[in-house]
Design a protein around this ligand. Sequence first.
Ligand SMILES: [Zn+2]
Length: 114
Amino acid sequence: MAQPSDNGSPKPPSSKQIETSTAFAPADIRAMHLALEQARLAEQAGEVPVGAVILDAQGRLLSVGHNLVISHNDPTAHAEIVALRAATRSIGNYRLPGATLFVTLEPCAMCVGA
Ligand SMILES: [Zn+2]
């Protein structure tokens, strides 16, 4: 939060303040690191490098996934869909109440709809 200056207008944050503050919880940061790791796996496999992670409502890891479109000959095997399928299988429910999906790229229209 910017501190008011002597003339009452907010001062812009210094670069040091920007570097040390974050709006993300540690669990969110860990999830994004896992998603980036998944994206690297996709890249190593010759896929488009996208990774996804799903945490349940309590922040526990439900699943990970990365693009498998080429290796599975499946145009729907985007990272998000792969992770969603793994998560729903793991809990035996087609719904994921309270779950959070982390993905390394803005989801496409298909994945947003899933
Ligand atoms: Zn997609």
